[in-house]
Design a protein around this ligand. Structure first.
Ligand code: T46
Length: 152
């Protein structure tokens, strides 16, 4: 069985350091962020630090996720390989590409997570069932002649 490796793409934003005045970071569509930004959302005030969020993949949406304050663990899964990434740096994000199952967990108190997205909110773009996700991965990889996915 050939395993399709999960590559992590980090997005490092510029930092303008004005010393005692503080730091400034910015992002621009198709420069720092590899798509047109159509939506920005953020997650904060997480009361139960043991909860997990996410548990889905997207069919067409690309996103970059940042931890602006505090920390959390991002889990990525391409159907072949899973990786955990500890995020705690406000200018360093991670690309969540299409058909990547993702979860967020181990939130610190006061964690603030910001996500920039390539499209407007659309519930139909979500795959919220892991079995369905694996079926899709197996189907597309069989078509390309790659064996794999969790059930193989
Ligand atoms: C993702 C991860 C990283 C909206 O109405 N508009 C929005 O733009 C978003 C993102 C969510 N919502 C509603 C949909 C649900 O009723 O907010 C509620 C919570 O969304 P969800 O349970 O999907 O939240 P997470 O943290 O599991 O997932 C979110 C994003 O939805 C998702 O696209 O990739 O963050």
């Amino acid at each position: 069985m050939r395993v399709k490796r999960l590559q992590i793409k980090y997005i490092k934003l510029p930092v303008v350091d004005s010393g005692r005045k503080g730091k400034l970071s910015f992002m621009e569509s198709n420069k720092d962020i590899p798509f047109d930004i159509k939506r920005i959302y953020y997650i904060y005030d997480i009361e139960d630090l043991n909860i997990k969020r996410g548990y889905h993949a997207h069919k067409t949406l690309k996103q970059v996720i940042f931890c602006l304050h505090g920390s959390f663990i991002l889990e990525l899964d391409n159907g072949f390989e899973k990786k955990e990434i500890f995020l705690n740096t406000s200018n360093k994000g991670v690309l969540i590409d299409l058909y990547i199952w993702h979860n967020m967990k181990n939130f610190s108190k006061d964690a603030v997570i910001m996500v920039v997205a390539s499209d407007y909110y659309n519930e139909n773009d979500y795959i919220r069932n892991y079995k369905e996700f694996i079926e899709y991965i197996n189907k597309t990889n069989n078509a390309r002649g790659i064996g794999g996915g969790e059930n193989n």
